[in-house]
Design a protein around this ligand. Structure first.
Ligand SMILES: [Zn+2]
Ligand SMILES: [Zn+2]
Length: 241
């Protein structure tokens, strides 16, 4: 079949939609103009150290060294995040990866990066969803910045419960399900990607493991970050089923 026809057929069968409002968008777009404008979080709104909109560095130190986020976790982005987690629309991953790559390319705050990794997902969950959304974001950033992508380092074991089903104390313990292979990461500066940064526990645990293997620095990149409770318009969720 002529490639042009093939593409048109694909667009008819699977029309491209905005992950925010579900409106039809052009084949080369990842969000509609209105949603794109509302979703982007100003780079300076996020603390470069903890990755939060309301800095929590005075209360807690994390194992990652630097952090950045593309969007706030709020009423504008929650529909897009839900669609991404329900295997309906992955455009939000591409949209946020482009913003993050741009900030990393132009930012003086993050230094050199040697490789890009996602926060891992348990294989059975990944099979069910069809993908690990953190990996979609990480792969896109790696491609845009022409950096090596690695998912052979960190892995996750099944715990039975999703983060949002747990109490705060259980959440902290639940991150014990993340593990690392015995791989030498001496001197490596690693970009670690996830979809939502809530408590920071997940990124913190993964960064801790990477440093145990010798990583020199870990930069945490999140598609969306939650605001402090007083600025929040809806309850936060680290993970939806
Ligand atoms: Zn839209
Ligand atoms: Zn901070």
């Amino acid at each position: 079949m002529d490639p042009k026809w093939k593409r048109s057929l694909f667009e008819v069968l699977w029309p491209n939609r905005c992950p925010g409002c579900n409106a039809l968008i052009g084949p080369d777009k990842v969000v509609c103009d209105a949603c794109g404008e509302h979703m982007i979080l100003e780079h300076d709104a996020v603390c470069r150290r903890c990755g939060k909109v309301g800095c929590i560095c005075a209360k807690r130190q994390f194992s990652y060294d630097r952090a950045l986020a593309a969007c706030a976790y709020d009423e504008d982005t929650i529909p897009a995040i839900i669609r991404m987690k329900q295997s309906q629309n992955t455009n939000f991953a591409a949209f946020t990866a482009r913003i993050l790559a741009d900030r990393l390319r132009h930012g003086i705050d993050f230094g050199e990066i040697d490789c890009v990794m996602p926060v891992p997902m348990h294989p059975s969950k990944e099979r069910l969803r069809g993908y690990n959304q953190a990996a979609l974001i990480a792969k896109e950033i790696a491609a845009l910045l022409e950096l090596p992508y690695r998912e052979d380092v960190l892995y996750k074991e099944k715990t039975g419960k999703a983060q949002h089903e747990l109490t705060a104390a259980e959440r902290a313990k639940n991150v014990d399900s993340f593990h690392i292979h015995d791989i030498d990461l001496s001197g490596q500066r690693i970009l670690l990607c996830d979809d939502v940064l809530t408590t920071g526990n997940t990124m913190d645990r993964c960064a801790f493991l990477l440093k145990q293997q010798g990583a020199a620095a870990v930069i945490a990149a999140a598609a969306a970050t939650t605001a402090p409770p007083d600025k929040r318009s809806s309850p936060s969720k680290e993970e939806t089923p």
